[in-house]
Design a protein around this ligand. Structure first.
Ligand code: AMP
Length: 361
């Protein structure tokens, strides 16, 4: 049995990918209503509940997680008895934007200029050193644009400090990127690695709305550069499983923003759009099986369904549309499902995407 910390849509899609491979699942989640509830043995408990963690460690052959805010101590407690992939040390990196950016820099992946800050005086100095506009982020616990403040002028620093002060922060230059990209890769315990085509991501209010894969008109040099960054980060971390790295493209340069040590929303297109989905490859990696090809099958787009659900039949009438619902109660800003479109060529994809976007908020 495979254990998953977190029982949301990522755990749900891992389970859906695992059944054909003969796997069974257990998940820990504080909510009895979580998306994996009908697909896994669900342990309703806090992520630091020792009984739940010990149950998972005892009954599962391997344990993974679907989100990076899992307490590292919980992953470590399980790892004393059962393999945890990616290993808990990866959480220490992925939970801290400073450590993450230092790792990127050390491995040659440039980032927006950044400075760590913990006092009001340091904030002043950091803003002057990275230059304005800048974005101030909490080092830990931030996600989907939460815990962030854009400072456009020195006069904004007081409000920024009122909002975020008291936590460890990182001040980053606000870069004027051409577009946002992500690269997903997978590595096995034996060190075998494979990288998916780079994806172009469109966010709105900090949440991914649309992704296109392979990223349209991406220079082959940027695909190779992204691949080599992903490979070296995975090798450095002795990583096992799927890793996502979020990037900014500025002309012919890539900058690293952050990484997610897990399957990732920008990789959902791989279910229908790649030879092996990110979910199947993550499971292959953590269970010690051979990895599958990461090659794209045609051109894909992913559209997230956020807050409200459109009429499913309207979606299903669009040729090449695959509907995935997460079995969650609609709520503003909540990811309720996604649609993947697969087409033979970029024009066909664009036409279908236009039709689909007319149906989705
Ligand atoms: P994050 O939580 O770091 O992924 O940031 C959320 C979003 O804010 C990103 O997807 C970008 O759109 C934007 N963003 C974050 N950092 C920067 C930056 N240094 N420069 C420009 N935009 C940024």
């Amino acid at each position: 049995m495979i254990g998953v910390l977190g029982g949301g849509q990522l755990a749900r899609m891992l389970a859906l990918a695992g059944y054909p491979l003969g796997e069974r699942f257990a998940a820990v989640d504080p909510s009895p209503e979580c998306g994996v509830r009908d697909l896994a043995r669900l342990i309703v408990a806090a992520y630091d509940d020792p009984d739940a963690l010990d149950w998972i460690a005892e009954h599962c052959d391997v344990v993974t997680y679907e989100f990076e805010r899992v307490p590292a101590a919980s992953a470590r407690r399980i790892a004393e008895r059962t393999p945890v992939h990616p290993h808990p040390g990866v959480l220490d990196v992925a939970q801290d934007r400073l450590i993450e950016k230092e790792l990127f820099t050390r491995l040659g992946l440039a980032t927006p200029a950044f400075v760590a800050v913990s006092t009001r005086a340091e904030l002043e100095v950091a803003a002057a050193s990275v230059g304005l506009p800048a974005v101030v982020k909490t080092r830990r616990e931030g996600y989907d644009g939460k815990g962030q403040f854009v400072v456009r002028a020195r006069a904004d620093l007081d409000r920024c400090w009122d909002e975020l002060g008291g936590k460890d922060l990182i001040v980053e230059a606000l870069v004027d990127f051409d577009r946002e990209l992500s690269v997903l890769a997978v590595r096995s315990a034996a060190g075998e690695a494979a990288v998916y085509p780079v994806v172009e991501n469109l966010h709105h209010r900090g949440i991914l709305r649309v992704a296109r894969a392979p990223a349209p008109a991406l220079a082959p040099e940027l695909q190779s550069a992204a691949e080599s960054y992903a490979r070296s980060i995975m090798a450095e971390l002795d990583y096992v499983g799927v890793l996502a790295i979020e990037l900014f493209q500025l002309g012919d340069r890539l900058l690293g923003n952050e990484m997610a040590p897990r399957v990732h929303n920008s990789g959902h297109w791989t279910i229908e759009g790649a030879v092996t989905s990110q979910f199947a490859n993550h499971l292959r990696a953590i269970t010690g099986r051979p990895l599958g090809s990461t090659r794209a099958l045609g051109h894909s787009a992913l559209v997230n369904l956020i807050g409200t659900l459109p009429d499913p039949d309207e979606i299903l009438r669009v040729e090449g549309a695959h509907l995935h619902l997460y079995d969650k109660e609609p709520r503003p800003g909540r990811k309720l499902g996604h649609v993947t479109l697969v087409a033979d060529d970029p024009d066909e994809l664009q036409e279908r995407l236009g039709r689909l976007r007319g149906l989705v908020d």
